[in-house]
Design a protein around this ligand. Structure first.
Ligand code: ADP
Ligand code: ZN
Ligand code: MG
Length: 475
């Protein structure tokens, strides 16, 4: 029997409001533990929550960007459970009346696009953070308690781990575009849980789902799903049954492990939060928020193709990040070749960002600086390969490309006399390659060019080097 997978994702995103959802405490990440707390977010008796209007506004903006219906009437509910990171012993969340519902995201699949439904988006407060450091038990940091979250729950419309990955990339990109969350997984601003079941191909009933946790990157989601789907199919093929449970992804071992079963699942005893009034979103307010939505990734991609003549692939990569897209536009509107800009962004720039785990706005390179570098190449002041060295220096120091070129003496050697002298030296020192070349081996020329580059530390003008080598070799 052939099986297929059914996948649904639950994503928590911290909202970028300055203050928490029910009090005025700061949401800034990375402060000293328990310095951003007050009686409200510490859950002290007698305190009352006040809903932050910006939280509703941001959640509505995310909902609109994700094609949701926005409820004009919704409410907050209490989700009760006891755990030390939750000072009130309940989390204020939304249960039966979420703020947003029935949206979708379009992802690219082979042969077109596929719509993944979004069941609901609700708002809730984040819990504190337990720190299991040292030997004297655990510590708790309540700075995160009360930071606003949206939870985005997909329909079980995702069929493969690859689609799950695409969905997450697209979702992150949309949330970043709308500027409701910074989506930094390493800071916990974006967290993913995934649900997966399998069923025989051709059937429509859903199988028993397994929830996967401890997924620290989109790649981890993909790998965990690949493993888990195989595991479930194997269980069924061996005549077993899947029991509903939560499993943890063990990144080091590359396997999923049992975490808790259904019997251990909490009974949250949800009930309406009596300390808060219902949330009313009027049609006017909703339309006002809609007007603040920026151009979305898909629309921007199409525009980059038509306006800048970018290949589809480049346009997709560059518009997947709004910051990257903005950087590109600032360069492209002041430079003759948008494609060269895109090559740099997708090549050297992306590589260094990846290696250092930084965002484009966290490095000291400005669009003007990149253009200046490209012009140095255009004007034959430096070669394309030296430009990469200069770029790396710019990336780490924020120095101007001109200054780097002068300081490091990277100016291209385009002086014919000087270069001819080096060419002759190389020819003299490599009789074997010269012989090969004369016998018709074109490859030998490449080797000799390489030697000239080595001799000049990459500073020889490539065209002139080629020309002079051919001249000297034909003598
Ligand atoms: P729960 O009440 O257990 O949290 P939900 O209905 O809220 O379940 O669904 C949680 C997530 O799991 C959603 O993203 C949904 O699409 C997904 N899901 C639900 N049932 C299945 C299933 N049988 N297989 C895979 N995913 C599922
Ligand atoms: Zn507070
Ligand atoms: Mg749920």
């Amino acid at each position: 029997m052939k099986y297929e997978a059914v996948i649904g994702l639950e994503v928590h995103a911290e909202l970028l409001t300055d203050s928490k959802i029910f009090c005025g405490c700061s949401t800034k990440f990375g402060s000293e533990p328990n310095t951003q707390v007050c009686p409200v977010c510490l859950g002290l008796p007698g305190t009352l929550p006040v809903l932050n209007k910006k939280v509703v506004e941001y959640a509505v903006r995310a909902g609109l960007a994700l094609n949701c219906t926005i409820a004009n009437f919704s409410k907050m509910d209490r989700k009760n459970y006891f755990y030390p990171d939750l000072p009130k012993a309940y989390q204020i969340s939304q249960y039966d009346l979420p703020l947003c519902s029935n949206g979708y995201i379009e992802i690219e699949v082979e042969g077109g696009t596929k719509r993944i439904g979004i069941k609901r988006i609700h708002i809730e407060e984040d819990a504190g953070k337990l720190l299991h450091e040292g030997t004297d038990g655990s510590l708790v940091d309540y700075n995160r308690a009360g930071v606003p979250l949206i939870e985005i729950v997909s329909e079980p419309d995702i069929s493969t781990p690859e689609e799950a990955y695409q969905y997450l990339v697209k979702l992150k990109s949309i949330l970043e575009y709308t500027e409701v969350s910074d989506c930094k997984m390493q800071e916990g601003s974006l967290r993913v849980d995934t649900n997966v079941s399998v069923r025989p191909v051709g059937t429509t009933d859903l199988g028993t789902k397994i929830e996967l946790k401890n997924l620290n990157s989109f790649k981890a989601v993909q790998k965990a799903l690949e493993y888990e789907i195989k595991r479930q199919i194997k269980v069924l093929e061996e005549g077993g049954t899947i029991v509903q449970e939560t499993r943890r992804w063990n990144e080091a071992k590359g396997i999923t492990e049992p975490m808790r079963t259904k019997e251990e699942a909490h009974d949250y005893r949800y009930f309406p939060e009596p300390d808060l009034v219902p949330i009313i979103v009027t049609e006017e307010w909703k339309e006002e928020i809609r007007k603040t939505l920026p151009e979305m990734p898909d629309a921007k991609r199409e525009r980059f193709i038509t306006q800048y003549g970018l290949p589809e692939y480049d346009a997709k990569v560059i518009t997947s990040s709004k910051k990257m897209a903005d950087f590109f536009e600032k360069c492209a509107s002041n430079y003759h070749s948008p494609k060269i800009v895109s090559n740099w962004l997708m090549g050297e720039f992306a590589r260094l960002l990846n290696d250092t785990g930084r965002e484009i706005d966290e490095v000291p390179i400005t669009p003007d600086m990149l253009i200046e570098l490209l012009k140095l190449v255009d004007d034959n002041v430096i070669s394309g390969s030296i430009a990469k060295t200069v770029f790396e220096e710019m990336f780490f120091t924020g120095k101007n490309p001109q200054i780097i070129v002068e300081e490091k003496g990277l100016r291209q050697i385009a002086d014919e006399g000087e270069l001819r002298r080096i060419v002759r030296k190389v020819i003299e020192e490599n009789p074997k390659s010269v012989e090969d070349y004369k016998k018709g081996k074109e490859k030998a020329l490449g080797f000799l060019v390489g030697q000239v580059m080595k001799e000049t530390k990459g500073k020889a003008n490539p065209q002139l080097t080629n020309q002079l080598l051919r001249e000297e070799l034909s003598k």
